[in-house]
Design a protein around this ligand. Structure first.
Ligand code: SAM
Length: 211
């Protein structure tokens, strides 16, 4: 009988983050992880397989499973019910492949709400690694960055996916409908509290060096 395989409908994670994670995740070696934007679970399953092979992990996934603006319009409109079903099946499969416990906590809501609740619950400085890959709109990315900084422990790593992503709109490029201006504003304002790590410029990773 064939063993079950993951069901992903795109290769975003393979194309953008995977080759960076292959180099950095083992060094960061996080135990408490927060992922903003999980979609079908490609990045989630990578983290489970890579880390829970050697130790137990706590992995919080925040997603509305409603898609970003770019998933809701025109020919790119996506069936998000199917996406969420695949996330559940894929993460179940990943957990079945590893020997150590995986505490998977799903926050099915907007990231500003989920992250604010975690801060209110006392999770400031809780996470070792936070991956921001939710909304790609600059105001949302800035909000995710600021709230995530509070949730990240000192010496923890914050990773922004898609630093250079731009939405191709009928009228060209909208400078606010992309993550870069928000990531730049965050890294400029927090320059005394962070260190930018050396990674390919499709991604931007920072280490928190002060609270
Ligand atoms: C690019 S996908 C994530 C891809 C995933 N990390 C992977 O590697 O396959 C972005 C996800 O963010 C979610 N999302 C968009 N805006 C959001 C928001 N404001 N709050 C929570 N989730 C959001 C979407 O529903 C979508 O599933």
């Amino acid at each position: 009988m064939n063993s079950p395989t993951y069901d992903f409908t795109n290769s975003w994670f393979e194309q953008t983050s995977k080759f960076v994670w292959d180099q950095v995740i083992s060094h960061i070696d996080p135990t408490r992880i927060l992922e903003i934007g999980s979609y079908e679970g490609a990045s989630t399953c990578y983290l489970i397989e890579k880390l829970a092979i050697s130790k137990g992990i706590e992995l919080h996934c925040v997603d509305t499973w409603e898609g970003g603006i770019e998933h809701k319009i025109g020919k790119d409109k996506v069936d998000m019910i199917g996406i969420e079903k695949r996330f559940n099946a894929n993460t179940k499969l990943a957990i079945s492949k590893v020997d150590n416990p995986v505490q998977l906590v799903i926050h099915r809501e907007f990231s500003d709400t989920a992250l604010s609740k975690m801060i209110a619950e006392g999770k400031k400085g809780y996470f070792d690694f936070i991956y921001i890959d939710g909304s790609q709109q600059a105001p949302d990315v800035l909000c995710d960055a600021i709230l995530s900084f509070r949730l990240l422990k000192k010496n923890g790593v914050l990773a922004f996916d898609e630093y250079l992503w731009q939405e191709k709109l009928p009228y060209g490029i909208d400078p606010i409908r992309c993550p870069k201006p928000a990531i730049d504003a965050f890294t400029n304002i927090y320059c005394r509290k962070i260190k930018i790590l050396r990674t390919p410029n499709t991604e931007l990773y920072i280490r928190k060096v002060a609270n």
